[in-house]
Every structure is written in C-alpha cells, then in structure tokens.
Design a protein around this ligand. Structure first.
Ligand code: PRX
Length: 657
C-alpha cells in the first residue's frame, strides 16, 4: 500500500482530563512526573529498567541490563529468575499469603441463577501450580520442552501456564475457538510433546468439544507423548490408553511442593501464534526476564493497580492480552484478578455488569468489539446494575471509534472513570501506547502517548518522521524489555517481517498519525492482516483454506469495515469448471474455513462472492486494492491500467447489485 493511501479523516476535539481526586491517589500523578520518567527511560534505559527489575526477585543478578545487536535484544544478561516464583512465592511468603489471587466465575447458572465461583488465594495458587508442575515432571516434561494449552477459561488453565513457567517448559496457548487443523499446525510447528486440554468448555450455554479437536489434531502429531485432560463438562470423551490422562487422577499422587527452576533471563517463556501477512501463523517467541519486567511495570502504571483493587481483564488466555494482563501482569503485582469462563451474553446480555456488581470490580479492561456489542444490546441491560465499584476502564485490540468510547465513558464509567486505550501487539508483549490514568488527558479514539522505554514514531518509507497529522508507518526505534525475541524456528522471517521494511526500526505493520499534542492515532494494519472482532487474522490464511476446498479454483480475501466487528472478511471465490455457485456451496465453504482455522475466520454468507475470474495485474498478482474498494461498497478509484481484464471489475460490481 502506498503512503498516500494512509489518510486519516478523524478529527476529534473532545478532551477528558483525569479528575484531581484520581490524580492525587494515582501512582503517577502529573504530566511533569511522566515526562521526567519517560525521558530517563529513553535516555538511560539501563538505569531505568535496572531499577524497575530490582522490584522483582532474581536468583542471580544480571551482568548487563541490555545487549542490543540489531535485531536481537537480550535483557538482564546473565541473570536467573523464574516468572512463576515472582507471580506466586513472592506473595505467598508475605502478608498477601491469603489474599485472593484469582476469582473465577463459571458460565453456567442453575435454576436459582446461582453460578459456580472459586476464590483462589496466592498460597493455594502456588500449591496447585506446584502440584501440576510435579504432574508435568512425572510425565517427563522438562525445561525447554514445548507444551500446548488448549483449554477453556478455568483456573486450571492458569495453573497449567504457571506450572510450565515454573519448570521451564515453554507454553503455547491456543484459543479454544481454533479448529483441530489449527491445533495440528501449531503443534507441528513447535514440536510440542504434551497437550493440556479439557473434555469440553462452556460457551453461551453449549459445549465446545476441545478433546475431540485434540484427538483429531494429535493423530497427525507424532511428537505428542501425553495429553492431560481436565474434566469440566463431563461429556463422554475418548481416552487413548497410554497417551491420555485425567488431570484429577494424575494430581492425586503429586506433591504440593515444587522448587522453581532458575531460568536464564533469555530462556524462552512462551510461544504464541499470531497471524502475519503471509502463509501460516507465526510463533511469536517471548523470553523470561524482559517479558516479566514489561508485564509487571505496565500493569502497575497503566491500570494504576492498588492493593485493594479487583481487577478484570476480559481477554481469553488464548490471546496475548490474556497472558500479560489477565494472568502474569496481575499476579506479578500481587493483585486480585477475575476470570470469567464464558460469553458476555449468557444467560442474559447483562452478565458482565452482574459480575462487576457481584465482585465489586474496580478496573475493567475489554475490547472495542465487545463495547460495540454492548451498545447494540442496549443500555437498559447496563442500567439494571450499579457499577458503583468501577474506578478505571480500559480498551485494547483495535482502534476504538469515538462514539463507542463516549458510550463506554458515559454508560459504563458514568463519566467518572478514566479510560486507558492501550495500543500494543502480540509481538510487543506489553502495552506500548497508553494514557496514564492519573496523568494523560484523553481524547476518544487515541491511545495517546508512549509508555516508558518506548521510542515510537510515525515515519515515511525512508524512516523520516512525518509532520503532525500526516499519516505514515508506525515504527519503534529502540529495543524494549518485553519485545519478541523472534519467530520460533525462523530467524530470517523475523528479520524480514519486522526489521526490513524501514532500516534500523521495528515495523509494527500499522499506519498512524500523530496530532499536534503528540498523541498517536493508530489507523489499523496496512498489510494483509485483518482485525475481526479484535482477533487478528491473515487474509492469506483464509485464502489458503478456501483454495484447499475441492470445488474452489481461486480465492482472494479482503476486509471491509463492519459496524460491530471493526472489520469483516469478504471472500471472492472462483470455482472449478462444472461447479455451481449458490447458498449451499456458501455454507459448505464456511464450514470448511471453520474446520481449517476456526469459526472466527468464517466470512458471513453474504460476504462470499462467486466470480468467474479475479482482477489481476499483467504479472498475475491479484489486485487486492480494487477488491477492497469493491468489498467496502465504494467506487473503484485509482490507477487500473495494469488490470488484465477490465470487464471483470464491472462484473464483480454487478454481482453485488
Ligand atoms: O493493528 C493493531 C491492533 O491490533 C494489532 C495487534 O493485534 P494482536 O497482536 O492480536 O494484539 C492485540 C492485543 C494487544 C495492532 O497491530 N490494535 C491493538 N490495540 C489497538 C490496536 N489498534 C488501535 N488501537 C489500539 N488500542
């Protein structure tokens, strides 16, 4: 996409400074304090982050805070630590021992509207983590082994992640909405030796058959030696003798004590698969020390976390937000973090507001797509509840449209709670652009200013900063502690993907502009990555799924704007000779994409368009820009002289009429 395509039309004049009362009690209280800390974090990152890291526990100190050989960073070089020790033992051995670490609320409710709730203290979380760590050890899982976690949002998912971190196994969590095929691809890519799953998971009253998907995936994954299954729903599942084990049976013989493995600061911590602009999802690799410091510090300051907060990040642990903010960042700060198992509209559209009142949630962090759904369901569902306990709101995952921001501010926050709109990525590990709630006057639609240590800019293709309000490429110019260390098993792809677009800088893949106050307005991806309901999808992945269908000759997938989901996928499909387009085939194709990737990647039936051929350049490249314009319902603008067959364009539009 060319520079001139990055134009921003959004003009927003409303400003919302934090109240004096909020600023007074906040960790960071003034713009002057932020600026001073920010300046030090950029000019002397070693001093700044060395000091922060000392707030955590290290078995052995570092020799050097940072070693930077572009594009490979090492943080806290030579140090030894353990993330699970810092999340658990540090608190369990203190006055926080019996503080609630995790509040869990199950989805199902009985006839009397009573739900299943579990409150887990720091001490108990430590014990249950240790017990499961011993289970993993008893199955032969060792430091460095890869372990897949494909689970519903139940406390055992947290025990599993923390147990891996405790013994130095590298976890890779797969969101429960992904298909067997997607699970297989990920296992094969990282060569995992074990899978932790459940018989099923509850979602909007029905059961997702996780174990069945694992069975189908593992049949094609010879590296998998063990499958550990939590009994959650109780539906019958196949248990392969010698390979599959019930969690509750294994844990009976496991002790509640397990020493945390001293991990090198740069030892791998987890791999999380995410979509890129080409081919299969890539395994983003995060390591121990830097990720720990980044998630600790951002959670503390972005959410202004205090001892008595009840903090709720609604993200599933299958996404990076669930890793950093539902689990690790919260526990590193000794906070009380809430986990809800199910859908926001089960049994009714006010479930989340009911949960907020039930537990006295003070900090609530969710995604714009969820906020747009709440708006659609109607504010009467919100108004049934007081929401008096809330003091801070957050959003993440995609640009938030100002009207959704205003609704969040007024209807949920009652004009009382600051909103932190946080911009970041799977790759960045932690929030990069964000207001500080006691400091930054917010404007609806912008993630405002950089966090500490984040040297971020909007530049042109030559790497030169563009003037205020001119669109450009969002880049990061210095290494930061929680940055990805690579793409698992593919250093070349890492270099090419992130470090070759603009010399010397990390390229985020996003377009942005900076306003006169220096605030960043992120406009979205400029590559072939699409953000559907806050889930990142590569259009190429969906295309290759479609082309894998026996009746499909060729497919091109692009995004169109969508009121609810931010963006939606539109698939242009050409069929093999003799195949008849129609609704039945659309259903077949949707089911096929669901099977290959997962339901989240299915285009709506109305967004599958059959066509005789696709517009191509003379060199045979599909002209996606044109398809995007058609998909968005707009006129086809711009240069079309390289089109091989002009008539196709007209045809594609008539199909739509
Ligand atoms: O395009 C940006 C968008 O989401 C992308 C990262 O997606 P993912 O790796 O799945 O991580 C999502 C959760 C951290 C970014 O490149 N994005 C994320 N947050 C925002 C955003 N766009 C605008 N504003 C945000 N606050």
């Amino acid at each position: 996409m060319s520079q001139s395509d990055i134009t921003s039309v959004l003009v927003e004049h409303r400003r919302f400074p934090p109240s004096a009362a909020f600023s007074k009690q906040a960790h960071i209280k003034s713009m002057a304090q932020y600026k001073k800390m920010y300046a030090e974090s950029i000019k002397k990152p070693e001093v700044f982050f060395g000091r922060v890291a000392k707030e955590l526990h290290w078995f052995k100190p570092w020799k050097k805070v940072l070693e930077w050989k572009e594009p490979f960073a090492k943080w806290f070089v030579g140090a030894k630590t353990n993330l699970s020790y810092n999340c658990l033992d540090r608190h369990a051995n203190s006055a926080r021992r019996n503080k609630i670490a995790l509040i869990w609320e199950g989805e199902p409710v009985d006839e009397a509207h009573i739900s299943h709730t579990r409150n887990i203290s720091y001490d108990s979380l430590l014990r249950q983590t240790c017990q499961f760590a011993n289970v993993l050890k008893s199955l032969g899982v060792k430091k460095g082994d890869r372990v897949m976690i494909y689970m519903p949002m139940i406390p055992e998912a947290a025990f599993a992640m923390l147990a891996c971190a405790r013994i130095g196994a590298v976890h890779s969590v797969i969101f429960g909405g992904f298909s067997a095929e997607a699970v297989k691809d990920r296992i094969q890519d990282c060569g995992a030796s074990a899978v932790i799953t459940a018989d099923g998971g509850y979602r909007r009253g029905s059961v997702i058959e996780l174990k069945k998907n694992v069975d189908a995936a593992v049949a094609q994954c010879p590296t998998i030696k063990n499958v550990i299954v939590v009994k959650r729903t109780g539906q019958p599942v196949h248990m392969e003798s010698g390979r599959d084990h019930w969690w509750h049976e294994l844990q009976q013989n496991a002790s509640y004590e397990c020493k945390a493995e001293p991990m090198d600061s740069e030892d791998p911590l987890f791999i999380l698969y995410t979509s890129g602009s080409t081919g299969k999802p890539k395994g983003i690799l995060h390591t121990t020390g830097g990720y720990m410091v980044g998630s600790y510090l951002t959670t503390k300051y972005v959410f202004d976390l205090k001892e008595d907060d009840t903090y709720w990040c609604t993200a599933d642990i299958g996404w990076v937000t669930g890793h950093t903010y539902t689990l690790y960042g919260a526990l590193l700060n000794g906070a009380t973090s809430l986990i809800y198992e199910g859908a926001p509209n089960h049994p009714g559209p006010d479930r989340l507001w009911q949960i907020i009142d039930k537990f006295g949630v003070t900090i609530f962090y969710t995604a714009p797509t969820a906020i747009r759904a709440f708006i659609k369901w109607g504010e009467q569902h919100v108004l049934k509840h007081s929401l008096k306990s809330l003091r801070l709101l957050g959003t993440v995952g995609e640009p938030i449209n100002p009207e959704a921001w205003m609704w969040y501010h007024t209807v949920i926050g009652k004009k009382r709670c600051p909103i932190v709109d946080t911009w970041w990525q799977t790759e960045t590990g932690a929030a990069m652009l964000t207001p500080l709630p006691g400091v930054t006057p917010t404007k609806p639609g912008t993630a405002t200013l950089p966090f500490f240590g984040v040297d971020i800019a909007v530049v042109n293709k030559e790497g030169k900063e563009v003037p205020p309000n001119v669109g450009g490429l969002l880049v990061i110019r210095k290494p930061w502690p929680s940055m990805l260390r690579g793409i698992y098993g593919d250093p070349e792809r890492y270099k090419k993907q992130y470090w070759s677009e603009i010399k010397g800088f990390y390229f985020t893949g996003d377009g942005a502009r900076r306003d006169k106050d220096g605030y960043f307005w992120v406009m979205g991806r400029i590559d072939d990555v699409v953000n559907v309901a806050g889930h990142r999808l590569g259009t190429m992945e969906v295309e290759s799924a479609l082309v894998g269908h026996i009746k499909v000759a060729e497919a091109a997938v692009v995004a169109r704007p969508d009121d609810l989901r931010g963006q939606a996928l539109v698939a242009f499909v050409t069929l093999k000779t003799g195949q008849t387009p129609g609704d039945a085939l659309k259903d077949e194709l949707r089911a096929h994409v669901g099977k290959e990737i997962g339901s989240l990647a299915k285009p709506d039936a109305a967004d599958i368009r059959f066509t005789d051929s696709l517009p191509k350049t003379r060199s045979g490249k599909i002209m996606r820009r044109l398809l995007r314009e058609i998909a968005s319902g707009g006129e086809v603008k711009g240069d079309t002289t390289t089109l091989e067959d002009f008539s196709i364009l007209a045809k594609l539009r008539t199909d739509e009429d």
